[in-house]
Design a protein around this ligand. Structure first.
Ligand code: KG4
Ligand code: ZN
Length: 340
């Protein structure tokens, strides 16, 4: 029998300090996430300088806990994988610096991982039969992409957002209707009490770019609607606004993903990123995929938002493919998918 490969994953690209040990790319032995949401909520969004400082304060303890929960020592780890982009540069640097120090001190290989490739890999953690090729709809706070996953380390971007990311639009609309940060889960909850067809918000189409997205229009339409109501003295039904906005975003995401899968002959769609835990998106994707005969998967909510198990999973496939980074590995805030 082949030896098990244990990867220590480290993630610090935004406001979650996370570490995890994953076996053979698929089996999560530990998953520790220290969220900074409480602090950033006070400011209505992530404050980069505070994020970096909090990562510094917490990262050692988070890594220690991940090793303890997995009941393994550093000596037993085969490689250290870490998010090195994209993300907030000061936040990324904390994880990258820590990973380099551990790799050097323990004499372990260092494997840098792309954050979004990690989000995609989150799907491997609970779907043992999922293997490339498949189509992935990546919907996070900073990114919205339609990606063909050709191999574990080979990606083709077929669509991307021209302005706001889906999660960013959720967060901005949530702020406008007074729900606070992070807005996605709050809109998801409030929308359950509203009518998704109460207000007709726009579904953006981009001429000549069939699979690209634009969410700034729907966000502006919500802001205009709210201003209009205020000027006319009409009381706003926030649940209807949340539900109608969410429906507009979900319609576009599902429509483009399912149509792309059909045209490209993809038999399976995986959804990834924080917005993948949205209940309306999941329900609409399931219905559309069932109708089109396409298999669908998405991670549990804890693996949709930022975590280090997804970084350890992608790190495993990079490690097996021979990827090794030197101690001059740097944080790359605008790292592109597939960039090596
Ligand atoms: O993937 P993630 O943790 O961070 C990035 O890499 O950006 O995604 C965070 C985003 C936030 O914009 C948050 O509002 C959104 O995911 N989100 C949701 C839900 N849960 C998190 N959006 C809609 N519905 C949700 N249930
Ligand atoms: Zn993320």
């Amino acid at each position: 029998m082949e030896k098990d490969i244990l990867i220590l994953g480290i993630e610090s690209s935004c406001d979650e300090t996370a570490a995890s040990v994953v076996k053979n790319g698929r089996s999560v032995l530990s998953n520790v996430i220290s969220s900074q949401i409480d602090i950033h909520t006070l400011y209505g969004g992530v404050v980069p300088e505070i994020a970096s400082r909090k990562h510094v304060e917490r990262i050692n303890q988070v890594i220690g806990q991940a090793l303890a929960d997995a009941d393994v020592t550093l000596e037993e780890i085969d490689a250290v994988s870490v998010t090195y982009g994209p993300g907030l540069v000061g936040a990324l640097l904390v994880g990258v610096g820590e990973a380099k120090a551990i790799a050097y001190a323990a004499g372990k290989p260092l494997v840098g991982v792309h954050h979004i490739e990690g989000h995609i890999a989150a799907n491997y953690l609970e779907h043992p039969d999922l293997e490339p090729p498949f189509l992935c709809l990546v919907v996070s706070g900073g990114h919205t992409h339609l990606v063909r996953v050709l191999e574990y380390g080979k990606f083709e971007i077929i669509g991307y957002t021209h302005d706001d990311a889906a999660g960013e639009a959720f967060d901005k609309v949530a702020r406008a209707i007074g729900l606070g940060y992070p807005g996605g889960p709050k809109i998801d909850k409030l929308a359950k009490e509203g009518n998704p067809h109460a207000i007709e918000f726009p579904r953006a189409k981009i001429e000549g770019c069939e699979y690209d997205f634009s969410f700034s229009g729907v966000k502006s339409a919500v802001l205009n609607y709210l201003n209009g109501c205020e000027m006319k003295g009409i009381e706003v039904n926030r649940a209807d606004v949340a539900a109608s906005f969410q429906q507009a975003v979900v319609d576009v995401l599902v429509g483009k993903a399912v149509s792309a899968a059909g045209k490209l002959g993809e038999k399976r769609i995986a959804v990834a990123g924080g917005v993948a835990s949205n209940s309306a998106l999941r329900a609409a994707m399931k219905q559309a995929c069932d109708e089109a005969g396409i298999a669908l998967c998405y991670p549990s909510p804890i693996f949709c938002t930022d975590n280090a198990a997804m970084i350890a999973s992608q790190g495993y496939y990079e490690y097996m493919a021979g990827t090794r980074h030197d101690l001059d590995l740097n944080a790359i805030p605008n790292l592109k998918i597939g960039q090596r």
